[in-house]
Design a protein around this ligand. Structure first.
Ligand SMILES: [Zn+2]
Length: 61
């Protein structure tokens, strides 16, 4: 997967978030119009959430 910094004005894909997306997450072979668009504040929040979950998993192993 790769991460692209967006210049184009696209809305964030996260639920009812109305921010303009700052990043596009592109999985291999995904068409451009099916990429995951996320704004900076959602990326930060997701990072925090996933980090907490992944850390928990590691500790329970
Ligand atoms: Zn957002």
């Amino acid at each position: 997967m790769k991460l692209e910094k967006l210049e184009a004005r696209v809305l964030c894909d996260n639920g009812i978030c109305k921010n303009t997306a700052d990043y596009a997450v592109e999985r291999e072979d995904t068409p451009k119009n099916m990429r995951l668009y996320l704004c900076k504040s959602c990326v930060k929040e997701l990072y925090r959430l996933f980090w907490a979950v992944l850390k928990q998993k590691k500790e329970s192993n």
